[in-house]
Design a protein around this ligand. Structure first.
Ligand code: G6D
Length: 338
């Protein structure tokens, strides 16, 4: 196992550092201190050269404009309806950044922060103290995000939070995958351990209804080719995937989802103890929402393991409260095979 720390670039005069871990099989991960962003998850390609299975943005400045690409997301992944919620009966209103909705922690979420980075042995450790006045969520919070890689080719991302007042904590890493050698994701197949998905309102906030996946393009239980799934979605629902799946109860060691590319033989299995996975297949990354210029349709699929979004506004969505003084830790494991 090897580690390396180097200068990535500069943002507003501040140094952005890049931390890399390489294992004994030439698998490597690199994370940068801006946005606690994963820039690389490399596997050896056919010619032995590192091949990044993530779709990323090459500079911090471009990342500012193209938010969320493989960045850490918090305090709350997904959408909070009207930026409003209650904790123990007390109402809170946080900053909105998508019309009346708070998306991915709002305008000052984890992805907009420059983190303090260090190695702890082979593990990349990013820490940040975020004041309530910085991101408008209740409580000043101490957050730690770690990235570790083992010789079984497993990347584990761990989020820990501790706040001085009751708050919400539902973090994720906004991974965008493409397992091909320069192609799109049409040939990939996806398996998800989910019997239900969430019905969404027109602004993509949950209506509160959980819908069975049976006989719909949302049924990934036995694996489904993405080209077929996206075509069925367009025909039956009118758009590509930007969906929230409720993960079934499962054993800790049972992956919640697996993305595979039969052409290259690469796959990523995702393990998480939490109850949701967001699947997002943007039509075109060079469109109006994305400006990274990696044109062409279906160049990436986002897979975001998290708790169901808008949790406090729905009785049966679970609990993402982080009570004052308590520490909560969530891990997401990505096992790559190639
Ligand atoms: C999320 O579900 C959302 C999308 O709607 C959003 O555009 C993206 O993050 C950036 O996955």
């Amino acid at each position: 196992m090897n580690t390396k720390k180097e200068l990535f670039d500069k943002l507003d005069g501040q140094q952005i550092e890049k931390f890399t871990i390489t294992n004994d099989h030439d698998v490597s991960v690199s994370a940068i201190t801006f946005g606690a962003t994963l820039e690389e998850f490399n596997v050896p390609g056919p010619d032995g050269k590192p091949t990044n299975i993530l779709v990323t943005v090459p500079t911090s400045e471009e990342l500012m404009k193209n938010q969320f690409f493989c960045q850490a997301i918090g305090r709350t992944a997904g959408r909070i309806s009207n930026g409003t919620f209650k904790i123990n009966g007390k109402a809170y209103h946080v900053d909105q950044n998508e019309g009346t909705t708070t998306l991915h922690g709002g305008p000052h979420g984890f992805n907009t922060q420059i983190w303090d980075g260090a190695f702890d042995g082979d593990t990349i450790v990013f820490t940040k103290h975020i004041n309530s006045s910085d991101d408008s969520f209740p409580g000043n919070i101490d957050v730690k995000i770690t990235f570790s890689l083992n010789n079984d080719n497993e990347l584990t991302v761990t989020f820990s939070g501790k706040s001085d007042a009751d708050t919400l904590f539902n973090p994720t890493q906004h991974m965008y995958f493409n397992l091909s050698d320069g192609g799109d994701i049409n040939g990939h197949s996806l398996q998800i351990n989910a019997d239900h998905y969430l019905e969404l309102n027109s602004n993509k906030t949950p209506s509160g209804k959980k819908v069975a996946v049976d006989d719909t393009p949302y049924d990934f239980r036995d694996g489904q080719n993405l080209k077929v799934g996206i075509a069925d979605m367009k025909a039956e629902v009118g758009h590509s995937y930007d969906e929230v799946f409720e993960i079934n109860d499962h054993q800790d060691d049972e992956p919640i989802a697996k993305l595979s590319d039969p052409e290259t033989g690469r796959s990523v299995s995702i393990s998480s103890k939490r109850n949701a996975l967001v699947v997002f297949t943007p039509d075109d990354l060079s469109g109006s929402n994305f400006m990274i210029g990696k044109g062409g349709p279906y160049m990436a699929i986002a897979l975001e393991a998290q708790n169901l979004p808008d949790t406090p506004n729905h009785d049966d969505f679970g609990d993402v409260t982080l009570p004052a003084g308590e520490e909560k830790t969530y891990s997401i494991k990505y096992k790559v095979e190639f």
